[in-house]
Design a protein. Structure first.
Length: 513
């Protein structure tokens, strides 16, 4: 009997622990069926991964708008990320170490899944929907620095979504346009994003989220996607705030948007290259064969998702009404530049800008090779990112909407090859989402201070449309007149944008017919 008593106590403890674990594993009713998830290590956050928000876009559904999920019986376990969209196998390159990339497996056309982190299902909390970058040809929601636990601990329901990329997400063809009830093709990746946002409207209340307080956020191509969604009539009413980090499509001559006809012609050429005589033939090809025809593809003016180009939509004030937080990084031009000597650089500027070459060289000088190198990086940064997000901020302020602009200047630490990239493209994301712990970079105390501040600003904006609060340094809203931007570096302060003249000049040269 003395032996049985401690055995009984141990059994009782195990039963109690098991029951507690079962209670903690919430079961949520979605519009397609019941799901269960997991919890964070400390038990504070409920996590649901791999929730289907649309039917698998495979077979006859390849290059169709996302279709409804088939209902299921029982409880679907949503404990692991769904597959990333079809793309090349990820491998670290340039400045992007492993934590900035999707996992190697799984990768599949069956990719329309999303993920939710929440600290409670009882409160009505603001919602943040994260849209990844990757040039519209790569990326996925399972990138380590996109984890939502830290933001959920700040009282936000964090959602990350997948969307189709490359030839699977942005392929147009006359046959596809003809079979579409909306007489369009090519913007399937954007339609996936809209479908995910509609899923949020229908289901997020069950996770403790407020469908009336939704912020869409993204970086690079994700930021361009945010720009497209703000412009699209299909996304009206699905969100009320936007965070756009390093990317937009509001300049006419930069990231120019192809028309549906132009994209269809490109699609015909791709089909010929694949020796396919019809869309039926193309749908029968394996994904690996289509990957061989992969080219840079992006959103187009399809007449449905985007009835006009984004510059035209914004010029006529037809964009969705949102509060905006936007900005770009100090050293984003590093990976997008082919560096020339000072003499070669000056020749190039003369050829490109003619009588305006002197103005360009005043803003981006070529006194010697070293200075010319810095100028080429800065010009690349401003042409690709700075002028886009700057122009978007100006447009929103002119419409009388609240805008907050940042400049990320902090040198992200690294070892070996990674030391030289400084405030690089995507470098701000682990700070904004408070996810430094997903990297083994040599973080210092000031890195954690910056991550705490940036994630505080971001979460405040998601909650109220204003990044200020929680004893953070004041972030003054941006206006065309004052041009105040928040410098996010070793110190945080709002200052007048010191290179506004350069950006105004570039805008005047680029925003022409």
């Amino acid at each position: 009997m003395k032996f049985l008593k401690p055995l009984f106590c141990l059994l009782l403890i195990l039963i109690t622990y098991s029951s507690f674990s079962q209670v903690e594993k919430l079961v949520i009713q979605t519009d397609a069926g019941l799901i269960s998830g997991t919890t964070s290590k400390d038990g504070d956050i409920h996590i649901f991964k791999g929730i289907p928000f649309a039917a698998p876009p495979v077979g006859e559904l390849r290059w169709k708008a996302p279709q409804p999920v088939q209902h299921w019986d029982g409880i679907k376990k949503c404990e692991a990320f769904g597959a990333s969209p079809m793309q090349a196998s990820p491998a670290p390159f340039s400045m992007w170490s492993d934590e900035f990339l999707i996992r190697k497996e799984p990768i599949s056309e069956d990719c329309l899944y999303l993920n939710v982190w929440t600290n409670s299902i009882t409160a009505k909390k603001p919602v943040m929907v994260w849209i990844y970058g990757g040039g519209f040809v790569s990326g996925g929601a399972n990138v380590p620095i996109y984890d939502g636990e830290a933001m959920a601990k700040k009282g936000i329901v964090f959602v990350s979504i997948n969307y189709r990329v490359g030839i699977f997400g942005f392929f147009a063809h006359p046959e596809l346009t003809k079979e579409s009830p909306n007489h369009s093709s090519g913007n399937y990746g954007l339609l996936d994003q809209v479908a995910a946002l509609r899923w949020v409207q229908k289901n997020i209340s069950a996770f403790g989220g407020d469908p009336g307080n939704v912020t869409i956020a993204g970086q690079s191509a994700g930021s361009m996607s945010v720009n497209c969604l703000v412009a699209s009539p299909l996304a009206k009413g699905l969100f009320n705030k936007a965070i756009a980090e390093s990317g937009a499509m509001v300049i006419k001559s930069n990231f120019g948007m192809a028309t549906l006809q132009q994209a269809e012609e490109d699609g015909i050429k791709a089909a010929v290259g694949l020796k396919a005589n019809s869309i039926e033939d193309l749908r029968k090809l394996p994904a690996s064969a289509l990957m061989k025809a992969q080219t840079i593809r992006r959103p187009i003016v399809d007449g449905y998702v985007l009835p006009q180009s984004i510059p035209e939509i914004f010029a006529s004030g037809k964009e969705n009404n949102v509060s905006l937080l936007t900005g770009w990084n100090e050293n984003e031009g590093l990976v997008f530049s082919t560096i020339k000597s000072a003499d070669e650089y000056k020749k190039q500027i003369l050829q490109q800008y003619g009588i305006d070459a002197g103005t360009v060289l005043k803003f981006y000088p070529a006194t010697n090779d070293s200075i010319a190198t810095i100028s080429q990086y800065n010009l690349s940064r401003d042409l690709i990112f700075g002028v886009q997000n700057y122009t978007w901020a100006n447009l929103e302020d002119k419409q009388g909407r609240k805008v907050y602009v940042y400049r990320f200047t902090h040198w992200v630490p690294g070892t070996g090859e990674y030391k030289k990239y400084h405030a690089f493209h995507t470098g701000e994301v682990p700070y904004a989402l408070d996810n430094l712990n997903f990297s083994n970079r040599p973080w210092k105390e000031h890195d954690y201070h910056l991550a705490n501040a940036m994630s505080g600003y971001w979460s405040n904006f998601v909650k109220t449309g204003n990044p200020n609060g929680n004893n953070l340094p004041e972030w003054k809203n941006y206006t065309v007149k004052e041009k105040q931007v928040m410098m996010l570096g070793d110190t945080r302060q709002s200052v007048p944008l010191n290179d506004a003249a350069q950006l105004d000049f570039l805008y005047s040269k680029m925003n022409t017919d």
